[in-house]
Design a protein around this ligand. Structure first.
Ligand SMILES: Nc1ncnc2c1ncn2[C@@H]1O[C@H](COP(=O)(O)OP(=O)(O)OP(=O)(O)O)[C@@H](O)[C@H]1O
Ligand SMILES: [Mg+2]
Length: 443
């Protein structure tokens, strides 16, 4: 069984899909952005050509799905869902939450290659001893609780835009540009950001394989804390580098030290997540946006921002905010919409990749893709809710039904937002059926 440190595996492209229509436009032109709503246009060919949705790892088809008879489990045969599933805890205490607040955390994240459990047939699984089976179940549950990442068209578009910005930012007299990922909660901004960090890091390592030995920190990543002022933002950067901050340090002093540090360690990408937490007005020091602008000017790096509704919020809407927005590419990440055929096609591709990645012994390949309309309604077109629904159900199926079925999905409760939206949709449908019935009855 390959260990977590195994070489990164390259994926095969399984399916060509249309990507969403190009939405990465200069952020300054927000009216244009509203005019070019994604449902209004078919995806252009050049994006369709790039629109491969690929998982992070090669997909191994589940061999057990070839021969359902061979499997000891009997899904869909009346086996009840366990009311109290066994809880498995990670064996090591060294596991830390994914957010990386220091350069050491980030290095650990980058040096840990995502691990996908080996695929076993039902017969191989049945032949494992109790301990090996428990260990295998634990690996699969770990993988299902955050190991599956899908290369959505949004991510592919973001990756292209970021690469372009980085290539445009290499001259000392450049006009700094960057990328902003914006959208509602749980639509995948942070996940895309992490995937982009890995992508840029891979490229950097190819060019500077021994960079760590020279004390370089090519990528800086911070999450803006709640109701953050300009000074607190600089403290967060300082904390990332392990710098000490005195209570008497002013924002300008901290800013200068952070800029000097980034210069010294050769930072080339600065990633700021949760940017909506930065208060638009920074008391006593003008607008927070000025701090961002000064960083763009003084740090020889490309900036990647992610946050909720950055295209419509206060932060980038004043005159100086618009100066940033005009230089950055704004990528709105949106829900997939049931009325858009292009979205349905992308959605099916996303489900197919989730389904192919399921490490279950008896899952019927294609059965989830066949439920794509149901899944779109159930999750209100959110990839976050979809991931929670499919992976959460699969998690419960490990060691029990070993398959994700419609019956199990129906029983799974997901996030409040998606469940509320679903209830509203169902109520709307009932109302329109009733009024159609009334109209039909009066004829
Ligand atoms: N590309 C993806 N592949 C697999 N799962 C994804 C992907 N994007 C999002 N998810 C799932 O959705 C969940 C929410 O995504 P994420 O945290 O990236 O959203 P977000 O837009 O940053 O939300 P918030 O605004 O609340 O911070 C993730 O935990 C993950 O399970
Ligand atoms: Mg996030």
């Amino acid at each position: 069984m390959p260990g977590p440190q195994g070489a990164p595996r390259h994926r095969t492209t399984r399916r060509r899909l249309p990507s969403r229509p190009a939405r990465s436009i200069p952020a300054g032109d927000r009216n244009h952005q509203r005019r070019s709503h994604r449902h209004a246009h078919a995806p252009p060919q050049h994006l369709r050509d790039r629109g491969h949705i690929r998982p992070d790892r090669p997909i191994q088809r589940n061999p057990s799905t070839q021969n359902h008879q061979a499997h000891p489990f009997q899904p869909d045969k009346g086996r009840p869902i366990m009311n109290s599933p066994t809880i498995m805890f990670p064996e090591t205490t060294k596991i830390k939450p994914a957010p990386r607040h220091t350069k050491e955390d980030l290095a650990r994240f980058l040096n840990t290659i995502p691990y996908e459990p080996e695929r076993h047939t039902a017969a191989e699984y049945a032949a494992l001893g109790t301990r090996a089976r428990t260990a295998y179940d634990r690996q699969r549950k770990m993988f299902l609780s955050g190991g599956i990442t899908i290369h959505t068209p949004d991510f592919l578009q973001a990756r292209l835009s970021l690469a372009e910005s980085m290539n445009e930012n290499i001259h000392p007299d450049r006009d700094p540009s960057g990328l902003i990922l914006t959208g509602d909660a749980t639509l995948g901004k942070t996940t895309a950001t992490r995937m982009l960090i890995r992508y840029v890091h891979d490229a950097y390592v190819r060019q500077f394989p021994d960079y760590a030995n020279h004390g370089r920190v090519p990528i800086v990543f911070i999450e803006v804390p709640a109701t953050c002022t300009g000074r607190a933002l600089m403290c967060t950067f300082a904390h990332f580098f392990g710098m000490t901050v005195a209570r008497t340090d002013t924002m300008e002093m901290l800013r200068q030290r952070v800029v000097d540090m980034m210069d010294r360690v050769g930072t080339r990408l600065v990633v700021v997540d949760e940017l909506h937490n930065l208060s638009a007005a920074n008391k006593g020091n003008g607008e927070s946006v000025d701090i961002l602008r000064s960083l763009h000017r003084d740090v020889f790096a490309t900036f990647l921002y992610a946050g909720i509704d950055l295209d419509t919020g206060d932060l980038l809407s004043g005159p100086r905010g618009r100066q940033i927005a005009a230089r950055f590419t704004m990528m709105p990440m949106e829900r997939y919409h049931p009325s858009s055929e292009a979205d349905h096609e992308i959605w099916r591709g996303i489900i197919e990749q989730f389904e192919d990645a399921l490490p279950l012994l008896n899952h019927k390949a294609g059965s989830l893709v066949a439920l794509s309309a149901y899944l779109l309604e159930r999750t209100n077109g959110s990839i976050g809710s979809l991931g929670r629904l499919i992976n959460g159900t699969a998690n419960g199926a490990v060691g029990t039904t070993e398959a994700v079925t419609r019956a199990l999905l129906d029983k799974k409760t997901i996030d409040f937002a998606a469940e509320t939206a679903r209830i509203e949709t169902l109520a709307r449908k009932t109302r329109s059926r009733q009024s159609a019935g009334r109209i039909g009855g009066t004829k």
